[in-house]
Design a protein around this ligand. Structure first.
Ligand code: NAD
Ligand code: WQD
Length: 337
């Protein structure tokens, strides 16, 4: 019995592979390396002392699945593969819909064809859109997304719900992540964005390591305690462990379940910058710029459903998130290159 992890070479996927292997699962990865490389999985195997079965394949490639499903007994799927850059999705909506939605549809066709009935999907807090009050709860209305990337997550959730309704013996879990940061304690795997980072934490850490000159803070005039945006940052290892709990859950019963994976607490951009400076001992110069279009002022989870039903709770605090990010960034200033 194996878990098929699409996008398993990426940031969250590689950390999840470590936790799955440590929990005793067989892991099969399908990744086209469009935003990653085989090096992350080489290190995952080095860290765990266990082998991952690797397929360099695109999830949109209908022919790829025959090989994977004939060579492995796939019990469940964790579906990470997708493009995730918000700004790029506004420039290239067709490519995002093709990759994320087209790819998911091919994956679902293969599940139907080969009789695999369990899937855990990487969704995002972005599906809560701009109209809900915080903290975000799983039963709040979704949609009202502000960019094509977010819309792919909203549509894929709907596609998975429709598919489960047509196949009542399937079990679907939608995990809505908040803001994953941090890295594995070893410093061997972490986030390795290509080009200039879009997200706050990799930007901070690249300024700290000297790759970028200065952090741009997008607005200090929000209605928040210090005026900067507030987010629910979650350690990627906590997130990865959440996937192990979700895999245990997806093996039981049928239906659709939705869980927020966040800490339940928000911190501001400036608070994160200061926590990072404290953890690293390095000053992070910044300047205040105007707001970034599409940003909401405050976003954090109600994380109580995952605690109740998955027995999962984020345990690592912001200081640890910063220390672990810094260990990864300072030991691998060029990422996996
Ligand atoms: P990532 O880019 O590091 O990982 C995604 C992986 O999918 C990469 O290894 C990439 O090569 C692969 N991939 C992309 N398109 C593919 C395709 N067509 N076929 C095969 N492989 C393909 O991103 P991540 O941060 O690890 O995110 C993983 C998932 O979680 C994504 O679906 C993302 O949208 C979602 N998510 C991420 C965040 C975040 O802030 N990082 C937040 C919420 C949700
Ligand atoms: C966090 C805060 C920015 C960069 C995005 C996606 C979301 C999800 C997670 C995948 C905000 C501020 C940022 C910078 C800054 N991804 N910021 N300077 O926007 O909450 O969420 O990633 O699903 O869908 O939208 O994360 O890290 O980009 O921003 O001041 O250089 O940091 O304005 O307040 P965000 P982020």
């Amino acid at each position: 019995m194996a878990i098929l992890v699409t996008g398993g070479a990426g940031f969250i996927g590689s950390h999840t592979c470590v936790e799955l292997l440590n929990a005793g699962y067989d892991v099969v990865v399908m990744d086209n390396y469009s935003n990653s490389s085989a090096e992350s999985l080489r290190r995952v195997q080095e860290l765990t002392g266990k082998a991952v079965r690797l397929y360099e394949k695109d999830i949109r490639d209908a022919d790829a699945y025959a090989e994977i499903f004939s060579q492995n007994t796939i019990d469940s799927i964790i579906h990470f593969a997708g493009l995730k850059a918000v700004g790029e999705s506004i420039q290239m909506p067709v490519e995002y819909y093709d990759n994320n939605i087209g790819g998911t549809v091919e994956l679902l066709k293969a599940m139907q064809k080969y009789g695999c009935k369990r899937i855990v999907f990487s969704s995002s807090a972005t599906v809560y859109g701009v109209n809900n009050p915080v903290p975000f709860r799983e039963d709040m209305p979704t949609g009202g997304t502000t960019n094509p990337y977010g819309t792919t997550k909203y549509f894929i959730e709907r596609i998975l719900m429709d598919t489960q309704a047509a196949h009542p013996d399937w079990n679907v879990i939608l995990l809505r992540y908040f803001n994953p940061i941090g890295a594995h304690k070893s410093g061997r795997i972490g986030e390795d964005p290509q080009g200039i980072p879009n997200n706050l934490m990799p930007y901070i850490s690249q300024v700290a390591v000297g790759k970028l000159p200065i952090l741009h803070i997008y607005g200090n005039d929000y209605d928040t305690p210090d005026g900067t945006g507030v987010r629910d940052y979650i350690h990627v290892v906590d997130l990865a462990i959440g996937h192990v709990r979700a895999v245990e859950k997806v093996m039981q019963g049928t239906g659709v379940q939705i869980y927020n994976l966040g800490t339940g607490h928000g911190i501001s951009v400036l608070e994160l910058v200061h926590a990072f400076e404290k953890a690293s001992g390095v000053r992070v110069p910044y300047q205040i710029d105007s707001r970034r279009s599409g940003d909401i002022p405050v976003c954090y989870a109600d994380a109580s459903k995952a605690a109740r039903e998955l027995g999962w709770k984020a345990e690592r605090g912001v200081a640890e998130m910063c220390e672990d990010t810094w260990r990864w960034q300072s030991q691998n200033p060029k990422g996996y290159a």
